[in-house]
Write a protein that binds this ligand. Structure first.
Ligand code: ADP
Ligand SMILES: Cc1cn([C@H]2C[C@H](O)[C@@H](COP(=O)(O)O)O2)c(=O)[nH]c1=O
Length: 214
């Protein structure tokens, strides 16, 4: 049975790498897929992994209708054995419904990859709809880690090095970019709640609250 599968996790946990592996393994067996992405860090029309691999992808805009797009490809004589949609958190809820329709009405597997929650720990609308509609939600096996060593479950945003909890939901960016104006860092829930990034923890360790008294 074809499925709508949502592979979810924090930033930097290997989602795009897995998308590229699924694409590689299927195309190696002669299957043909439609690869979509939206606002990949490497630029428009790309699906890229931090491991250095990348492939071309169809850049999704708000007005792209996945169902119509796949039907058009089939009508033009193409084969579509599976669909991959990366950065799925950026898709609109109606687009997730269209992906479900691709599975149900066209009997094509759809693999969607994305982060579930934003820097405020709030669901992205597209991810919420995926959780509601997916046949399976898969959490990636490779754990991203918080600076404390615990499993990272949350995404933090930093502006000028300081963790923020207000701002636009969508700001394309990357982890491990200390010099950038806007950066991201994955944290465990405990440290996300306390706004305790690696930089802040290290500064706190260097400045003891109580000075030694002779
Ligand atoms: N230099 C490296 N050597 C080995 N693994 C790396 C390296 N850089 C990144 N990775 C792996 O790639 C993962 C990020 O993969 P990526 O597909 O870009 O993540 P996502 O799409 O979830 O943001 C990291 O969690 C790490 O496991
Ligand atoms: C937490 C958060 C992230 N983003 C952006 C930052 C990146 O461009 C993508 C996530 O990409 P990845 O391949 O999973 O690393 O999402 C955002 O716009 N808003 C957020 O709150």
């Amino acid at each position: 049975m074809p499925e709508l599968v949502f592979f979810s996790g924090t930033m930097d946990c290997g989602k795009s790498t897995l998308a590229l592996q699924i694409q590689h393994n299927r195309s190696a067996r002669g299957l043909q897929g439609m690869i979509y992405s939206r606002d990949d860090r490497e630029g428009k029309g790309k699906l890229s992994s931090r491991l250095g691999l990348a492939t071309e992808a169809i850049e999704v805009a708000d007005d792209l209708d996945f169902y119509t797009h796949v039907v058009q490809a089939l009508t033009a004589g193409g084969r579509v054995d599976y669909v991959i949609a990366d950065e799925a958190q950026f898709l609109t809820p109606p687009q997730i419904d269209q992906l479900a329709r691709v599975v149900d009405d066209l009997e094509v597997d759809v693999f969607a990859f994305g982060i579930t929650t934003d820097f405020r720990s709030k669901l992205f609308p597209g991810s919420q709809r995926l959780v509601e509609l997916a046949d399976r939600v898969e959490v990636l096996q490779v754990e991203a880690l918080c600076w404390c060593g615990a499993r990272a479950t949350h995404n933090a945003r930093t502006v000028g090095g300081q963790m923020v909890v207000e701002g636009a939901q969508v700001v394309v960016g990357d982890v491990n970019r200390p010099g950038s104006e806007v950066g991201y860092e994955v944290l465990c829930r405990r440290h996300h709640r306390r706004l305790m990034t690696a930089a802040r923890a290290s500064a706190a360790a260097l400045s003891p609250d109580v000075l030694p008294v002779d």
